[in-house]
Design a protein around this ligand. Structure first.
Ligand code: NAP
Ligand code: F7E
Length: 345
């Protein structure tokens, strides 16, 4: 059985990737960082199913603590490491630039050093991002496009992206960069715009919220479904030679279009509910992102399977159900009815 180590296993992609690898009969180890609350909600069902058989094993470690990373890699000796852990929110990276850089940069460096010093040949996947391109209108972005980061988040990702290439070229490490465009799901963090919208639609439909406040609704993103993208990560790691690959849908839509479609799905007009506020805008914006994943299609035979319309539908339907459950709990006095997040993003 192959052994994988996943950083960021408690995140959106962490769930979809571990589920995929467990189905492929891998033993999956994951890093969980200490927090004052349980942070394993997304993978709790996988823990119940695979934990007792020791096919899914969690360890306390932190990407900012290189000693914890070195110790874990030498103990587990995995066949493959998927480095998904990050402070992944672009707006937050402007507020916490040092921490954002620490997690990405120290984490990737510690992992690559551990691999370099390991007696075993360990493959490495780096979660690179379309944010590294900075974006340009009417421009299809691929593996050869210029990197022009516009946020501390993107700058830190560029470092890790380059470091992965450097360790590949210098030490012959099997290191791949998956340059993934935005991918979403019902498990997307609630402060990312698609989930913020689908949550609001569910709650507004159930009379638990009256308005949705957004920032720049004229930003365009190439949005796909996370479940499709983790398959691409796996395929990059099985390819005979390590390389960099873009994963994207080749379609771009605005935040406004996403909102329009999401509200329309439950028979509501977005204009009656969406308001905008500068507090959700960023000091520097990536206005347009559109990817070209022809290389992944040709070499890996990877293609996204979920359309934009289907993605919106999946997310809205899941969040309508979630809001219905919340409504019931609120009516029984078991859940607080407040919604607006005090910090808000
Ligand atoms: P996510 O849901 O925000 O998950 C991030 C994960 O990183 C969580 O498990 C988080 O743990 C963990 N983490 C944060 N700080 C850590 C630390 N100091 N030590 C160890 N783990 C830490 O992100 P995602 O959407 O799944 O994305 C996965 C990766 O792909 C990220 O690196 C992201 O930057 C990158 N990426 C994402 C997209 C996208 O559209 N989703 C596109 C391109 C690239 P907690 O649960 O404890 O917070
Ligand atoms: O913003 C605009 C916002 O936060 C998308 C991360 O996974 O994908 C993600 O980064 C767009 C931006 O994702 C709100 O200004 C408008 O233009 O959902 P987002 P992101 O910044 O694209 C990349 C590929 C990653 O790698 C990252 O890890 O939507 N927008 N109004 C808003 N965004 C948020 N969050 N909240 C709003 O109210």
């Amino acid at each position: 059985m192959k052994i994988a180590l996943i950083t960021g296993i408690t995140g959106q992609d962490g769930y979809y990737l571990s589920r995929f690898l467990l189905n492929e009969n891998y033993i999956v180890h994951g890093i969980v960082r200490r927090s004052s609350n349980f942070n394993t909600q997304r993978i709790d069902n996988l823990i119940s199913e695979y934990g007792p058989e020791k096919k899914l094993i969690l360890h306390y470690a932190d990407l900012t603590d290189s000693s914890s990373i070195h110790a874990l890699v030498s103990k587990i000796l995995p066949d493959e490491i998927y480095n998904l852990g990050a402070q992944s929110h672009v707006a937050v990276s402007f507020l916490n630039p040092g921490y954002t850089a620490d997690v990405s940069i120290s984490g990737t460096t510690a992992l690559l050093e551990s691999i370099k010093n390991s007696p075993k040949k360990i493959k490495f996947y780096q979660a690179s991002s379309s944010e590294m391109f900075g974006g340009k209108e009417n421009t299809l972005l691929d593996e050869t496009s210029l990197l022009d980061p516009k946020s501390p988040y993107a700058a830190a990702k560029v470092f890790s992206h380059n470091l992965t290439k450097i360790y590949r070229d210098s030490y012959g490490i099997f290191g791949v960069n998956g340059i993934l465009f935005n991918h979403e799901s019902p498990l997307r963090g609630e402060t990312f715009v698609t989930r913020k919208i689908s949550r609001a639609v569910g709650r507004i439909k159930n009379n638990l919220q009256s308005k949705l406040t957004l920032g720049n609704i004229h930003a365009f993103r190439d949005w796909g479904f996370a479940g499709d993208y983790v398959k691409g990560m796996y395929m990059m790691m099985q390819h005979e030679t390590p390389d960099d690959f873009v994963l994207s849908t080749g379609e771009t839509h605005s935040v406004k279009e996403f909102s329009e479609l999401a509200f329309a799905h439950v028979g509501l007009d977005w204009k009656e509910f969406v308001i905008t506020d500068k507090r959700y805008e960023r000091p520097n914006e990536v206005h347009h992102l559109l990817g070209n994943s022809e290389k992944a299609k040709k070499i890996l035979k990877w293609e996204p399977e979920t359309s934009f319309e289907k993605l919106v539908q999946i997310m809205v339907e899941a969040d309508v159900k979630k809001a219905e459950q919340e409504k019931l709990l609120i009516s029984e006095g078991l859940l607080s009815p407040t919604w607006e997040h005090p910090i808000g993003l």
